[in-house]
Design a protein around this ligand. Structure first.
Ligand code: AHR
Length: 503
């Protein structure tokens, strides 16, 4: 019998206010993310601009404050000028990253318009692979300036009077990766990022910049890459990016769910590197973390490689269409808990991606849009995880897995929304063998009662959703007690739990 887990939740144990941008996401010109994803003129659900209303509704349900665009690897050979102006004059281009055909029917202006429809802000990436500072400056002038100058005039000529006013800018994408068009050494890249951010700030002082960190924790240049790029760019940027995807290739669920231990180590290493550089530079400023690509990604690797090799240069092929199962959703819940535990430094995070491509939302070309299993932990965290993240004081049992030791049975964190007088506990029982008794002591929140207890539970860890059946969806749990500020329940093995307390 596993040890009972006890958690104390108190409003004085504040980690930091949750930056709502940790519920960001990502849309790349890749596969069917754009074409037949967010945009499909002629579909019964298309609106007057060709955007699918069923997708808009699902994105609004997730309440995503920022969306990174247009890549990803795609951005490293993207010529933004091809994507603006009259549609019939737009150039078709070859996308080197995914070996597909980009028609540019949807470009900057259309995407910005779509973001307005889903109540999101654009997080714009510039091409620092095959292009550089001058093009980034032209793009910024086109997007944000109201001056009487060439690119601002061009935007007006294209029908958009008001600037787009994009505040958050990524200085390229995964520039440490040899696969990247225009891949650079850390010092080359750091210099370019610094000079580009410096010049862009001259145009608009209110911008924030994300410099590229490593493409993943296993890159041979990690964490020297972070140190070297920050050596050059520290004074000009605000965030450093982290990317990480997980998989259960070994079909070992217990070990798969232990992988947020690796994520913890990754976060600690990047924070330490940023703070080392802060000390070295005698700087007063912190560099915070933008975890701008995270998810499970492994189900389609083999067929995608095959597809890109055998049938290149197609428009919107089926790429990276991972179908997520129940355990993938549980891991995503663990990742979200980890970000909340680091709310003092993780200020931006983007679930990669949003529609059709490694995504919580899928579309049928001749049918509806639907929710994958991973839709739900994200939805719960985005909806109820706004306010102050509270330090989890937990005593829980531990277990070992094939590659991890001392893995906590229950991972949990609480978020206090002062304005709504609500506190929410997010918890995962990642013990795959045993249900576990769980007690939350919320006596510090006088008069609070359980508003709702939501769970994702399944006896089938490989269960998936589809356009016609939603096997994995949240249900209300009523098997709990609440007395004198002590909440008690039994958390089912391998489950996602959301306990909402309110006055
Ligand atoms: O999200 C898919 C790809 O993963 C992105 O284009 C790239 O940045 C990362 O390697």
């Amino acid at each position: 019998m596993a040890q009972k887990t006890k958690m104390i939740v108190d409003k004085d144990f504040k980690i930091a206010e949750v930056d709502k941008r940790i519920y960001g996401s990502f849309i790349e010109h890749l596969g069917r993310a754009i074409y037949t994803g967010i945009y499909q003129p002629g579909h019964p659900q298309a609106d007057e601009d060709g955007f699918r209303k069923d997708v808009i509704e699902l994105v609004k349900e997730l309440d995503v404050p920022v969306i990174r665009y247009p890549g990803g690897n795609f951005v490293s050979n993207f010529f933004w000028e091809d994507s603006v102006g009259p549609k019939e004059q737009r150039k078709k281009r070859l996308d080197l990253a995914w070996r597909t055909l980009e028609t540019n029917e949807v470009g900057l202006g259309e995407f910005a318009k779509w973001c307005e429809k889903v109540n999101s802000q654009v997080m714009m990436a510039v091409n620092l692979g095959t292009r550089g500072t001058a093009d980034a400056l032209n793009l910024l002038e086109y997007c944000n300036l109201d001056t009487d100058s060439y690119y601002a005039d061009l935007r007006r000529k294209h029908g958009r009077k008001k600037p787009y006013d994009i505040k958050l800018w990524c200085m390229g994408n995964e520039m440490d990766g040899p696969w990247q068009a225009g891949h650079k050494t850390a010092t080359e890249y750091g210099r370019l990022a610094a000079e580009t951010a410096k010049c862009m700030k001259t145009m608009d002082d209110s911008l924030e910049f994300v410099v590229c960190g490593s493409s993943n924790v296993d890159m041979p240049t990690f964490p020297q890459w972070e140190a070297s790029t920050l050596e050059e760019a520290y004074d000009y940027v605000d965030y450093i990016s982290l990317h990480q995807y997980y998989g259960n290739q070994e079909d070992d669920t217990a070990d798969f769910l232990a992988k947020t231990q690796d994520l913890e180590r990754f976060l600690h290493s990047v924070i330490a590197t940023c703070d080392f550089m802060k000390a070295k530079k005698r700087s007063k400023k912190n560099i915070n973390l933008s975890f701008d690509e995270w998810n499970v990604w492994y189900h389609t690797h083999a067929e995608d490689d095959e597809h890109m090799l055998r049938s290149p240069w197609q428009k919107a092929p089926h790429l990276l269409e991972d179908i997520y199962n129940f355990e993938d959703a549980v891991l995503n819940g663990l990742i979200l808990i980890t970000f909340l535990k680091h709310a003092d430094r993780v200020k931006i995070a983007c679930l990669a991606q949003l529609v059709n491509v490694i995504a919580p939302i899928m579309t049928e070309e001749n049918g509806p849009a639907w929710r994958q299993t991973i839709f739900y932990p994200f939805l719960h965290a985005s909806k109820y995880g706004r306010g102050y993240a509270l330090q989890p004081v937990i005593s829980t049992g531990c277990h070992d897995t094939s590659c991890h030791e001392n893995v906590s049975d229950i991972e949990a964190v609480a978020v206090f929304n002062e304005e709504k007088e609500e506190v929410t506990v997010f918890a995962v029982n990642r013990n795959t063998e045993e249900d576990i008794s769980f007690e939350a002591d919320i006596r510090g929140f006088e008069g609070y009662q359980v508003k709702e207890y939501l769970v994702l539970e399944s006896d089938d860890r490989k269960a998936v959703n589809s356009a016609v059946s939603e096997k994995i969806k949240p249900s209300q749990k009523t098997a709990y007690t609440m007395q004198d500020g002590i909440f008690e329940t039994v958390m089912k093995k391998c489950s996602w739990n959301v306990i909402r307390f309110g006055k």
